[in-house]
Design a protein around this ligand. Structure first.
Ligand code: PAP
Length: 325
């Protein structure tokens, strides 16, 4: 077991905790979101985060793929898996051809700590790779103090939010009405959305990447779209498994980028069919994969309003976003 010394939280204690937290509606009109340790999340996620924080013990060889939801997590999971495990599986026999990126790299909070408060993760072969949407400040201490690596992907907040909204529309099953676009914009501008505020989520990792560049690698979705090859090299170097000259000559980097490309992954049978345990169809993780799609959904004034708030929150950090191709 990872650590069994701390007893799991009792359901009644969790319910009591929820009662003490500020709560608001999620963008899809369902489940209240709770503000827990500076991050908005559903009760379901909170339960998992609570256990993850208390029970997870990082190993020095772990790789944590961090992100705000809908920022390119699926893509980065596929890339990190392909780079880190390339000595076991070459691109032609990659498990990505038959297994979804989310199955190969599971979300540490919701996939692993939601059902079982103390899952046995020790049997997983190194390097263990996990996905994670938590804020940097809320990661378990052992992630920050071990030698494990954290790779974070961020996306411009306009595309991120539109992607989230579209995703939620694609698999919503109950009859609760969605918040209107105006209500959504109001919530987002206040930072009230899953794993928001946006600025706190990205800034935590951004600052950590500046302070500890060997520990946290900060990538941008738009940069990956523009130049996947140099970003793959950066990723491999950061993970301390740089591509060799031989690999470069043999075109391994290009093969990985092709394997993990939007068009390739989206058209694989495994990603066209089936559903995630959350009920989301696997296909919903591959929608358009473009930079600037927000312009088809948000009015210029909505976008300007939100971006002004984001810029104000990020002022002085040096972090900027590209919002169009
Ligand atoms: P998650 O955080 O719930 O796992 P995530 O993968 O971050 O979701 O977001 C999905 C977005 O990434 C979708 O963007 P869109 O709605 O604007 O289209 C999806 O299309 C995009 N995406 C998924 N795979 C890739 C890929 N291989 N390359 C580029 N974009 C991708």
């Amino acid at each position: 077991m990872e650590t069994s010394k701390i007893p799991p939280i009792k359901e009644e204690d969790l319910q009591e905790l929820l009662l003490t937290l500020p709560s608001e509606k999620n963008l899809d009109g369902t489940n209240s979101l709770y503000l827990y340790q500076g991050a908005w999340m559903s009760a379901y996620v909170l339960r998992a985060v609570y256990s993850f924080q208390r029970h997870f013990i990082a190993q020095d060889t772990d790789i944590i793929v961090g992100s705000m939801p809908k920022s390119g997590t699926t893509w980065l999971k596929a890339l990190a898996f392909s780079v880190a495990k390339r000595h076991i599986y070459g691109p032609k026999e990659s498990p990505l051809l038959t297994t979804t990126p989310h199955e190969l790299v599971r979300f540490i909070e919701t996939d692993l700590y939601s059902k079982d408060q103390q899952p046995n993760l020790e049997q997983l072969p190194p390097p263990r790779i996990f996905g994670c949407h938590s804020h940097y400040a809320n990661l378990p201490e052992s992630i920050r103090i071990s030698k494990c690596k954290v790779v974070y992907i961020c996306r411009n907040p306009l595309d991120q939010i539109v992607s989230f909204f579209q995703f939620a529309h694609r698999f919503k099953q109950d009859g609760t009405p969605f918040l209107s676009l105006d209500e959504c914009c109001d919530n987002i501008c206040r930072g009230v959305h899953s794993q928001g505020p946006f600025w706190d989520n990205v800034l935590g990792y951004w600052k950590a990447s500046l302070e500890r560049p060997d520990k946290v690698l900060f990538l941008k979705y738009e940069d990956l779209k523009e130049d996947i090859v140099s970003n793959l090299k950066k990723l491999a170097e950061f993970l301390e498994i740089p591509f060799t000259d031989k690999e470069e000559k043999e075109g391994v980097i290009e093969e990985i980028s092709r394997l993990c490309s939007f068009d390739n992954l989206r058209n694989l049978e495994v990603n066209k069919n089936g559903v995630r345990p959350s009920g989301a169809p696997n296909s919903a993780f591959f929608r358009k994969g473009e930079v600037g799609d927000w312009a088809n959904y948000l009015s210029p004034s909505m976008a300007e309003n939100f971006m002004n708030i984001v810029k104000e929150k990020l002022a002085g950090s040096g972090l900027t976003f590209k919002t169009s191709q």
